[in-house]
Design a protein around this ligand. Structure first.
Ligand code: GLC
Length: 715
C-alpha cells in the first residue's frame, strides 16, 4: 500500500480519527442503533467512530471479523482497524504471571510462553498485545509487581527481549503479533507503592535502573510503546516531550507508534498539567504521542488547534503515517482479517501442547524457600489434607485475558491427579480475605483434617485479585487468620508444606520458623494444581530463584539488593551511627537470586583470566559449580559486579549475567562469563555511558549475598 498517497487522500477529520482508539464496546451499537456504555460516556457519534484507527478489548475472532467488516463498510478510505488486547500472560491457556516468569531465570521458557500466547491470540484476531510490561519494581506494596519481572534491570531486560521475540517472531507470519511494551516510563517507582502515584527520581537512577528494560524491548524490535499514567519529575509521561521525543525517538531511534494508557490524555487535567482537554491534545501532540486510548482530546480539539496555528498539520501527518506504516507492515490493507480464525482459535485453546507449556513454566517459576527434609512428599502417602483458602481456587493471576478460573487446575485437583488411591481431604481454614481475623470454627475444622492426615499441603497467600492494577497494599504480611491457621496446623502435623500464592513478595516472618517447608508458586495459571503437585511429590525439581527481595519486615519496603553503600554502611548488627534501623536488621528474609533445590550445590571462588584489563579489552571470569546432593537439579549461576570508586556512587552489587546449569548428582561444571567494558559501564557524572578506570569486585555466585569475590582492575 502506498501510504503516503493514501495520506494525501485523507481529510483532516479522517486523519484525526486514525489517532483515536475506542474499545470494541464503543463500536457496537445496540439494537436501536444507539451507541451506549463507554461510547455514550464519551459522547461518541457513529461519525466519530466510523474512521477510528484502532480498538481494544474485544471478545474473539468472530467478534473481530464482525467489527472489522462493519468498519470496512463505514470507512471511506477502507483503512482497517488495528485490534489490540491485554494478552499479558496468555490468551486462553494462561501461564504464570510475569513476576513468576522473572523467577524462572529462563529466557527460553519465557519466549516459549510468549510464542504460545501469540499463536492463540493471533487466531483470536489480535494484532497488538499490550505487553510485555517491563516496569522495574522495588516496592512490594505496588499491585502491579505481578506484571513485572522484578527489581533488577538486567533480569528485566533479558525477559523483555525474550517476550518481544516470542510475540513478534519476524512479523512475517499471521501467528506473529506486535508487542506494545509498557508502561513508559518508571511506572513501577510510584511513591509509597500506590498505583498511579508520583514518580520523582534523578535522571541517573532513571537511566541506570528504570529505562533499561524498555530500551531492551525497543532494541528487540517492539512495534509500539505505551506511555505510563505517572508523572516523572513533575511531567506526566504522555505529555513528556523529553521522555517521548528526546529519549525514546531521538536517542533510541524509536519511529513507531506511541499509545497512551487508558484515558491518560484527559487525565493531564487531573494531574494539574493541562487546564483543559484542548491543552491536553496540544501537549500530547507536541510530545509525539500517536494514539489516544479511550478519551477524545485529539478528536475534539486538533482541528481548532490547527486553525489557531498552535499546531502544524505535519505533526498530525507524522502520527498518522506511523500508524498506517504498522498496518501496512501487518498486511492489513491486503487482509484486514489477518490471523482471525475461529476454528483455529478454538482448536488451540487449552490444547494439550499449550497446557504442557503452561505446566512446564509453572514448574520452572516456583521458588523453594525452606525445606527441613519434608519435601518431596511420598507418592504412596495414604491420607493428604489440602488446607487453606486457595486449596480449591484456580490461581490464574490478574490480567487473565480469556482464561477461566473454572478451566484452571486447582491444588486439590492436582494432588488427586498425582496420587492414584490416596484419601485427599480439604479444609479452607479461613476465607483468604485481606486482614482477616481467625474464625475458630474454620481453624478447628482444618486442625481436625490435619490431625487425621499423614501429610498436609497448606495453600496460603494472595488470591489473584489481591494484586494487579489498582490493587496496591499497605500491608503485605499474611492475615492474622492465615498466620493462626498455619501455626495451628503445623502444631498438630509436622509433615506440613506451605504453598505461597502471591503476585508480589509477602512478609513471611510470622510463619517461617513454624513451617517445615515453603515454596512460592506465585500465580501459576491454567496448570497451577498440576505443577504444584509435580513439585511437591518430586516429579520435578525446583529451579526458580527470587526476582524480588522478600522483606523481613514491612517497614523495610522498598528493599532491594542493588542499593548504594552510603557513607555509613551497617557492616555489623547494632552498629550505631550507621544506615539502618534500631529495631530490625537491614537484611531481608530472602534475598534477590535466592532459591533452594531438592539437591545441593557448591560453587568455587571466581577466577579471572587476568586481573588487569585495558580499555577495549575483555576478560573471562569462571567458577566451578558442583551438584553435591543425591538428585539431579538446576541452579542459576549469577554474575555480579561492584564498581568500587566512580564519578557517581555505584551499587554494592549489580547483576550482569546468569546461566542456568543442569547437573547430575556429583557432576560439576565450569561456568564462565565474558566481562567487557559494557558490563562495567554506567551513566557517568559527565553524562556518558562508559566504564571508568578503577577496581571492580567480581562475584560468581548462587544468589546476591555472596561475599566471595575477585578484584579486576580496569586500566
Ligand atoms: C489499563 C492498564 C494498561 C492496559 C490498558 C488497556 O489501565 O494500565 O496496562 O494495557 O489499560 O487495558
Amino acid at each position: 500500500m502506498d501510504i503516503k498517497k493514501l495520506l494525501q487522500k485523507m481529510t483532516l477529520e479522517q486523519k484525526i480519527a486514525q489517532l483515536c482508539q475506542f474499545s470494541a464496546r464503543c463500536l457496537v451499537a445496540d439494537e436501536t442503533g444507539e451507541l451506549t456504555g463507554p461510547a455514550k460516556d464519551l459522547n461518541l457519534s457513529m461519525k466519530d467512530i466510523a474512521c477510528c484507527g484502532s480498538t481494544l478489548t474485544f471478545a474473539d475472532a468472530n467478534s473481530m471479523i464482525a467489527i472489522q467488516k462493519k468498519h470496512m463498510e463505514l470507512d471511506p478510505n477502507k483503512i482497517p482497524l488495528l485490534f489490540m488486547h491485554d494478552v499479558i500472560h496468555g490468551y486462553r491457556t494462561i501461564y504464570p504471571i510475569q513476576l513468576a516468569l522473572g523467577a524462572s531465570w529462563d529466557a527460553d521458557i519465557v519466549k516459549k510462553c510468549s510464542r504460545m500466547s501469540a499463536r492463540e491470540s493471533a487466531a483470536g484476531g489480535v494484532h497488538v498485545t499490550f505487553a510485555p510490561m517491563v516496569d522495574l519494581v522495588r516496592d512490594a506494596r505496588w499491585g502491579r509487581c505481578m506484571e513485572s519481572c522484578g527489581e533488577d534491570p538486567y533480569l528485566n531486560s533479558v525477559m523483555a527481549r525474550a517476550q518481544v521475540e516470542g510475540y513478534q517472531g519476524n512479523l512475517d507470519s499471521d501467528e506473529d503479533i506486535c508487542a506494545c511494551v509498557k508502561h513508559f516510563a518508571a511506572y513501577g517507582a510510584a511513591e509509597s507503592g500506590k498505583d498511579y502515584n508520583t514518580v520523582d527520581m534523578s535522571e541517573y537512577n532513571l537511566r541506570e535502573n528504570y529505562l533499561c528494560a524498555y530500551k531492551s524491548a525497543v532494541e528487540a524490535g517492539a512495534q509500539m510503546i505505551m506511555a505510563s499514567f505517572n508523572t516523572i519529575n513533575g511531567v506526566p509521561s504522555i505529555a513528556n516531550k523529553w521522555l517521548l521525543k528526546d529519549v525514546l525517538r531521538d536517542e533510541w531511534g524509536f519511529d513507531k507508534p506511541i499509545i497512551s494508557d487508558y484515558s491518560a490524555f484527559a487525565e493531564l487535567v487531573n494531574h494539574g498539567y493541562c487546564s483543559d482537554e484542548k491543552e491536553c491534545a496540544k501537549a500530547a501532540l507536541d510530545a509525539t504521542a500517536d494514539i489516544e486510548m479511550m478519551s477524545v482530546c485529539y478528536l475534539r480539539n486538533l482541528t481548532s488547534l490547527l486553525e489557531e496555528g498552535r499546531i502544524k498539520e505535519e505533526q498530525i501527518d507524522e502520527c498518522v503515517l506511523r500508524i498506517l506504516e504498522l498496518k501496512d507492515k501487518l498486511g492489513l490493507f491486503e487482509n484486514p482479517y489477518r490471523g482471525a480464525n475461529p476454528e483455529k482459535e478454538k482448536a488451540l485453546a487449552l490444547c494439550p501442547e499449550h497446557r504442557a507449556i503452561a505446566r512446564e513454566a509453572a514448574q520452572k517459576c516456583a521458588v523453594l524457600l525452606k525445606n527441613d527434609n519434608i519435601l518431596p512428599l511420598n507418592k504412596n502417602t495414604k491420607n493428604i489434607a489440602v488446607i487453606g483458602p486457595w486449596s480449591d481456587v484456580g490461581m490464574l493471576g490478574e490480567w487473565p485475558a480469556h482464561g477461566e478460573p473454572s478451566e484452571t487446575v486447582t491444588v486439590i485437583e492436582g494432588v488427586k491427579n498425582a496420587l492414584n488411591n490416596a484419601n485427599v481431604t480439604m479444609a479452607k481454614g479461613c476465607n483468604g480475605v485481606l486482614n482477616e481475623l481467625p474464625d475458630d470454627e474454620l481453624i478447628n475444622e482444618a486442625v481436625c483434617a490435619a490431625e487425621k492426615a499423614d501429610a498436609v499441603i497448606l495453600c496460603i497467600g494472595e488470591h489473584s485479585k489481591q494484586s494487579g492494577e489498582a490493587h496496591s497494599r499497605a500491608d503485605i504480611t499474611l492475615s492474622p487468620a492465615q498466620i493462626k491457621l498455619v501455626k495451628e496446623v503445623c502444631a498438630v502435623n509436622k509433615n506440613s508444606v506451605c504453598v505461597l500464592f502471591c503476585g508480589r513478595p509477602i512478609v513471611l516472618t510470622d510463619i517461617i520458623d513454624t513451617v517445615p517447608a515453603i515454596f512460592v508458586a506465585w500465580q501459576p495459571g491454567t496448570e497451577a494444581g498440576n505443577a504444584v503437585a509435580d513439585l511437591i511429590f518430586g516429579d520435578v525439581n525446583f529451579e526458580g530463584r527470587l526476582p524480588m527481595t522478600f522483606p523481613l519486615h514491612l517497614g523495610q519496603v522498598p528493599i532491594y539488593y542493588n542499593q548504594m553503600n552510603t557513607g555509613r554502611p551497617k557492616l555489623v548488627p547494632n552498629q550505631i551511627f550507621t544506615s539502618g534501623y534500631i529495631d530490625y536488621p537491614n537484611d531481608p528474609l530472602f534475598p534477590f537470586g535466592y532459591g533452594l533445590s531438592y539437591t545441593s550445590f557448591e560453587i568455587s571462588s571466581p577466577v579471572l583470566s587476568k586481573t588487569q584489563m585495558n580499555k577495549g579489552d575483555k576478560v573471562v571470569v569462571s567458577a566451578r559449580v558442583k551438584n553435591t546432593g543425591a538428585v539431579a537439579g538446576k541452579t542459576v549461576v549469577q554474575l555480579y559486579i561492584r564498581d568500587l570508586f566512580a564519578s557517581r556512587t555505584r551499587p554494592v552489587k549489580e547483576l550482569k549475567g546468569f546461566e542456568k546449569v543442569y547437573l547430575e548428582p556429583g557432576e560439576e561444571k565450569e561456568v564462565s562469563f565474558e566481562i567487557t567494558e559494557k558490563e562495567l559501564a554506567f551513566h557517568t557524572a559527565s553524562g556518558k555511558f562508559e566504564a571508568e578506570a578503577g577496581d571492580f569486585h567480581i562475584f560468581v555466585a548462587l544468589d546476591s549475598t555472596s561475599k566471595d569475590l575477585v578484584t579486576l582492575t580496569l586500566k
